[in-house]
Write a protein that binds this ligand. Structure first.
Ligand code: ADP
Length: 357
């Protein structure tokens, strides 16, 4: 087992309904089945230990508590999103396939002058599918997905951000191929860290850049994806390391219709006519469609409660379906537009630094 563990991170990996199979030197082990097969005491940390109770060499100097938190809270071995779940964005998907997914699937082919960048920046207005693309990259390339929002590094792991970053990359090294997705990356790698307000995050930023240099220069199968609504705030050193920058624009009318239909369908709430959907598409420009759908789907509940019904006695069959009017009401509450000025800034930045034309 020890020699097999020595290989951890380099084996072939495939997913099963119960977790994922990892093959070590020809022997396939279902890692999640450690849990499923009765040893419920095994957590993310235990799964990384060898029979002698030792962690892989790569994790020996890292706080086990952080490894455990990362394994349990940040890591997702079973990213299920695929390209078909994402509406529109055909050009971005095509480029991501070629520049990111193929190299993760076939590192033996994509080496030398074909070797890919290890850092990708997804930028654009909020709620346009950047996180979904990150998950789809992990899903399509059968990689382990690590999701962290930059603000949580400073708020949730107060005083431990630097150690957390080291642990995050350490655990990812043991679960290759791995995709590390950092949401709001601008707040971690921003230009403005010279004033005292941002001074506390400086060591985290330095650690981040060190880790990125580490895997950029090696043969590791790790991809870092940063997502931001404010690409202009990114520090030059970070931008250079995120070698590809993809603009994820607002969804087209067709994609907006798809998102509304899909979200409502998931909960069996879709009863809108084609004309209603067309009207919703005309009333929105595509920013944060999910929040709009969520708010609209509350309409029937709000209405029936206003009429005096009790939430505890509410029967599903007594509730009407979601209507166009619910969307119109939700539009009063939810901001679903981005100003031309903001869009212009994204386009300008894209022209200067983006990788998609
Ligand atoms: P971002 O990371 O850009 O802020 P997300 O990827 O978190 O946005 O998207 C938020 C939600 O919006 C998703 O969970 C999904 O339901 C919906 N959504 C946004 N864009 C798309 C898209 N292109 N296709 C399908 N769903 C989308």
């Amino acid at each position: 087992w020890r020699s097999l563990c020595g290989n951890i991170g380099y084996g072939d990996k495939s997913y099963t309904p119960n977790g994922f199979n990892k093959s070590f030197g020809g022997i396939t082990v279902n890692l999640a089945s450690f849990k499923a097969n009765g040893d419920s005491t095994k957590n993310g940390l235990d799964l990384l230990r060898g029979p002698d109770g030792q962690l892989p060499q790569k994790l020996r100097n890292i706080d086990p508590r952080l490894i455990e938190q990362i394994s349990n809270e940040i890591m997702d071995c079973n990213a299920k999103v695929c390209w078909d779940d994402i509406a529109g964005l055909h050009h971005a998907k095509k480029c991501v396939n070629e520049m990111v997914i193929w190299p993760l699937l076939r590192p033996d082919i994509f080496k030398g002058c074909r070797s890919p960048g290890r850092g990708l920046l997804l930028f654009g207005p909020p709620g346009t599918g950047k996180t979904m693309i990150g998950k789809a990259i992990a899903g399509e390339s059968k990689a382990t997905f690590f999701y962290i929002s930059a603000s949580s590094i400073t708020s949730k792991w107060v005083g431990e951000g630097e150690k957390l970053v080291r642990a995050l990359f350490g655990v990812a090294r043991c679960h290759q191929p791995a995709v590390i997705f950092v949401d709001e990356i601008d707040s971690l790698l921003s230009k403005r860290d010279s004033n005292s307000e941002h001074a506390a995050s400086r060591p985290i930023k330095t650690q981040f850049l060190i880790e990125m240099d580490g895997f950029n220069s090696g043969n590791e199968q790790i991809l870092l994806i940063g997502a931001t609504n404010r690409p202009q705030a990114l520090d030059e050193a970070a931008r250079r390391r995120l070698t590809k920058g993809f603009y994820i624009p607002l969804p087209s009318a067709e994609a907006r219709a798809w998102i509304v239909r899909n979200l409502l369908n998931k909960d069996g709430l879709f009863k809108l006519s084609t004309e209603d959907i067309d009207t919703i598409c005309k009333l929105t420009d595509g920013s944060d469609m999910t929040n709009l759908v969520k708010d609209a789907s509350m309409g029937p509940i709000r209405e029936i409660l206003e009429q005096g019904a009790e939430i505890t006695n509410l029967k599903m069959e007594d509730m009407r379906s979601v209507t166009l009017q619910d969307f119109k009401d939700a539009l009063q509450e939810v901001r679903t537009s981005v100003s031309q000025n903001e869009l212009g800034k994204y386009e300008e930045w894209n022209n200067q630094f983006g990788s998609l034309s």
